[in-house]
Write a protein that binds this ligand. Structure first.
Ligand code: CMP
Length: 151
């Protein structure tokens, strides 16, 4: 499996509900590496760039309002097949329908306030990483990688 990087946002509801540590610990327990992390309150411009593909959707204005309303945590995770693995860990968009055991399934009861965003493809990951981490990332290996990332 290819080693991939994926952009994750712990959205304003995750920060306001005190779930930063809980959610990051799930990614860490999966043996993913955190190679970028910052607390930030994005501008309208950054938020609109990030969600550009939803520009024509009726919920776009409320999506921008929500994502810029309060600080969020932007993360970059790295690991084998990280894009699909992280999407699986967070679960489907609507927290009410997300299965138990997923992050949204365990903590979210909403489609808009669904705690986490994660890149959905290698192309999205590349585009989103450039928006949120233009300053670059920290390259390192966890000491347990040799134990965790084996076929
Ligand atoms: P996210 O994975 O960040 O990608 C786009 C976001 O739009 C999604 O999570 C939801 O938070 C939000 N979203 C998707 N569909 C709806 C909807 N029907 N109503 C409101 N927000 C939505």
């Amino acid at each position: 499996m290819p080693v991939q990087r994926t952009l994750v946002l712990l959205k304003p509801d995750a920060v306001q509900r005190g779930l930063i540590g809980e959610i990051i610990s799930r990614f860490e327990r999966k043996a993913l590496r955190v190679i970028g992390m910052k607390l930030t309150k994005p501008s309208q411009d950054v938020a609109a760039k990030h969600y550009a593909e939803h520009k024509e959707r009726p919920f776009f204005p409320s999506l921008l309002q929500f994502i810029t309303s309060s600080p969020l945590v932007a993360l970059v995770l790295e690991g084998d097949d990280a894009i699909a693995v992280v999407r699986g860990l967070i679960g489907p968009t609507d927290g009410r329908k997300a299965p138990p055991g997923t992050i949204r399934g365990d903590y979210a009861l909403s489609k808009s306030n669904n705690l986490v965003h994660a890149s959905d493809s290698p192309e999205s990951a590349e585009r989103e990483l450039a928006i949120w981490f233009s300053e670059g990332l920290v390259s390192w290996k966890r000491c347990d990688t040799v134990w965790a990332e084996t076929e």
